[in-house]
Design a protein around this ligand. Structure first.
Ligand code: UT7
Length: 338
């Protein structure tokens, strides 16, 4: 667990949000023609009705760059003002260069330092905290924090346990270092993070990396696709996200009754309602859009945050709790005063 509120020269505020979802929609009914499944099973077990699939010529950095442009427009900043780009992704364009460097080139953020981070579905909140450390320390002023995934490239379309769950998309925020005395909207009040590497086997893409390169012999067994023990992941997701939420609230000096809106990782509607239940919150205070997009890993939270903002579901002054869980296992939670 990292120190949630380090002493700092500045504070960090979210000054703009943006998202981009690919046009192509893949419905549950269409999936039921590919694998043995049904709209009834998928929607009742997960809440997902459809997901977006990126075009063959769209890489993760293309989705990320469009989300970034929209966030910069909302923030009223130029690409030259961005001095840090952190992209959270498990589907980078290539092993290297980083997806963040491709984004830099595509949006013309010539003054930025750029790198990716890998924390699966918790990636966006990890990236937010990393960027926040740079800003709070006074070493950078204006950062793009992006969660972007082309998960369709990691899916085994013959595995009904996983292929119905995931989709493609990107979300971004611009955060800016502010004077602690200024009453700026979007202030990030706290972030807590955690990891448990003893559970790396439960949710993973086993092949395609240095441990198990793809060879002519193993390619048919599709090791470079998502493997997940669903029930085990579900159990840990609920427990860890509830605990992380409580810790982030405590670090911000707030309690559950202060929450105006929870924006949780969008993996399963049953996980989200279990979290709402344990936090004692009505579902109206819990944002969900997984019916439209499925699980887009690092992109779910920035996409949901952007939609909640644009739909007027979060207003200036609201206490917004962000909480995520993913492969590793990793988890994180952040409290923002909107
Ligand atoms: O983003 C990172 C975090 N990820 C998560 O948090 C995901 C957590 N896990 C889950 O959301 C759920 O565990 C799943 C949605 C993945 C699965 O739901 P479940 O209620 O845990 O189902 P299950 O895996 O226990 O499977 C129940 C049955 C099985 O059949 P039998 O063995 O009972 O005959 C599966 O074979 O449902 C079957 N099944 C399906 N049936 C129709 C599994 N997938 C499908 C499917 N269509 N797509």
């Amino acid at each position: 667990m990292l120190t949630p509120n380090p002493p700092s020269a500045c504070v960090s505020s979210i000054i703009g949000t943006g998202s981009y979802m690919p046009e192509k929609i893949l419905t549950n009914d269409e999936l039921s023609k590919i694998v043995e499944t049904s709209d009834e099973w998928i929607s009742s077990r997960t809440g997902i009705r459809e997901r977006r699939i990126a075009a063959d010529d769209q890489a993760t950095s293309d989705l990320a760059s469009e989300a970034a442009r929209r966030a910069m427009t909302a923030a009223g900043v130029t690409p030259e003002e961005i001095d840090l780009i952190v992209v959270a992704t498990v589907t980078p364009d290539m092993f290297f260069p980083s997806t963040a460097c491709f984004v830099q080139k595509k949006i013309g953020a010539t003054n930025a330092v750029c790198f990716d981070i890998s924390a699966a579905c918790s990636g966006f909140l990890y990236a937010l905290q990393i960027a926040r450390h740079f800003l709070n320390a006074g070493t950078r002023t204006t950062a793009l924090v992006i969660g972007a995934e082309k998960l369709s490239t990691l899916i085994n379309w013959k595995d009904r346990n996983t292929c119905v769950l995931f989709g493609d998309g990107a979300g971004a925020v611009v955060i800016r270092a502010e004077d602690p005395g200024k009453d700026a909207p979007g202030r990030v009040l706290s972030t807590v993070m955690g990891s448990d590497g003893t559970l790396t086997d439960v949710l993973k893409v086993p092949g395609g990396g240095s441990a198990c390169p793809i060879t002519a012999e193993n390619v048919a067994s599709r090791p470079n696709t998502i493997h997940m023990e669903g029930r085990e992941t579900f159990k840990h997701a609920v427990t860890r996200m509830c605990k992380a939420s409580e810790q982030a609230l405590e670090a911000a000096g707030l309690t559950k009754s202060d929450i105006d809106m929870v924006i949780p990782h969008q993996a399963n509607a049953r996980i989200i309602s279990a979290i709402a239940d344990r936090l004692g919150l009505p579902m109206e205070k819990t944002f969900m859009n997984l019916d439209k997009y499925g699980n887009t890993s690092a992109a779910t939270i920035p996409v949901a945050l952007d939609e909640a903002h644009r739909q007027g579901k979060i207003k200036r002054g609201d206490v917004v709790l962000l909480v995520a869980f993913g492969g590793g296992f990793t988890w994180a939670s952040s409290v923002v005063r909107w």
